[in-house]
Design a protein around this ligand. Structure first.
Ligand code: PLP
Length: 350
């Protein structure tokens, strides 16, 4: 059955061990982030065999079904409607709303548990977190008074919405918060979670500020790249996940549509360049599975476009026949959507 996503477990294992050892050598723990592959248990089992300390995911459903002895971390601030499951299935959650933290405390009391939180600070990227210039000390004071909540750390997330790159100056804002909280309440903060795959360059260059002791990594482990500048990390694998799709039509056709031109299947105005006759293949995969911009075509193949169920590519004439499959590398977005499409078969390789 096609399309299929091929998942190379040994390559993922290599990426985990390689990058995690760099992180550990710099006195940090790492958190492997599993949301891009919907916490597929075969990949969770690969993480389970490493000495990575935490597994993070943004969806409570993924954390519920995942089998692991690692500490489970909920990355997205808990929905007020999922507090019971969060307390039941998650060790640590990332938070930015005192109302949610109070709800966690109340539920943890009911379940006779302690729930750990990492308080998130927004230091400029404008996604989640308490804004660093706001008066956060009263919030921390209220958290410290809660009986069933353990204030385990602080964290920040960058290069997600605003594209802010983790520089020394930007991370200094998080350090100031750490020092301020530690001084005000005379407590050490256990976890300082400094960022995501956009901080990998600081690890490679050994310029990560020393106050940071935890690093959350999804894309870096999966695609072997850092996301601040988008560079590949030497010796890591960028093909843990690949897509195979089958040729269902193969014909010589012109490159220009013919007739009065209006809109495509998604209501977008179309425009074309005349490149003459070409060999065009249609593959049995479409936007219901993946956006064609998220496919990285092999040499000699050029993606022309896609609709819900058809991917149209230009290929060299005579090289392929009907029924052949073509293998694509994938972007992060491509892996995310293919791993969430029920139409895509998963094939595990070692
Ligand atoms: C998804 C996510 C990560 C991992 O990001 P990558 O860029 O894939 O490393 C880290 N932290 C939070 C809060 C996230 O939501």
């Amino acid at each position: 059955m096609s399309p299929s996503i091929h998942i190379h477990l040994t390559k993922y294992s290599y990426n985990l061990v390689y990058l995690n050892s760099l992180v550990q050598n710099q006195d940090m723990t790492s958190m492997a982030v599993s949301k891009v592959f919907s916490a597929d248990q075969k990949l969770i089992d690969v993480i389970n065999k490493t000495n990575i300390k935490y597994i993070g995911d943004s969806r409570i459903q993924n954390l519920i079904h995942m089998k692991t002895e690692k500490e489970k971390v909920l990355l997205r601030t808990p929905l007020l409607s999922e507090i019971v499951d969060v307390v039941k299935h998650v060790d640590i959650s990332l938070n930015s709303e005192i109302e949610v933290i109070r709800a966690l405390d109340k539920e943890a009391g009911k379940q006779n548990k302690k729930h750990q939180i990492i308080l998130m600070f927004d230091i400029g990227d404008l996604r989640e977190g308490i804004y660093y210039q706001s008066d956060y000390i009263p919030v921390v004071k209220q958290i410290l008074e809660l009986k069933n909540i353990e204030f385990s750390g602080i964290g920040t997330n960058l290069t997600c919405y605003g594209g802010v790159i983790p520089t020394f100056e930007t991370l200094k804002k998080l350090e100031n918060i750490k020092l301020d909280i530690e001084k005000t309440f005379a407590i050490p903060i256990k976890i300082i979670s400094g960022g995501n795959s956009s901080s990998i360059k600081l690890v490679l260059d050994e310029t990560m500020p020393t106050f940071i002791n935890n690093h959350r990594i999804g894309e870096g482990y999966v695609l072997g790249r850092e996301t601040a500048y988008g560079n590949h990390i030497e010796s890591m694998h960028d093909d843990v996940f690949t897509l195979q799709a089958e040729i269902i039509e193969l014909k010589e056709k012109p490159s220009m549509p013919e007739g009065l031109l209006g809109f495509d299947a998604f209501g977008k105005k179309v425009s074309f360049e005349d490149k003459g006759q070409m060999t065009r293949a249609i593959l049995g995969v479409g936007r219901q599975d993946v956006h064609c911009e998220d496919l990285i075509a092999p040499k000699g193949i050029h993606v022309l476009g896609c609709s819900s169920d058809h991917l149209i590519v230009q290929i060299a004439g005579g090289k392929y026949k009907l029924g052949d499959t073509i293998t694509f590398k994938l972007t992060y977005g491509g892996i995310l959507s293919l791993m969430t499409s029920p139409y895509v078969r998963r094939v595990y390789e070692t």
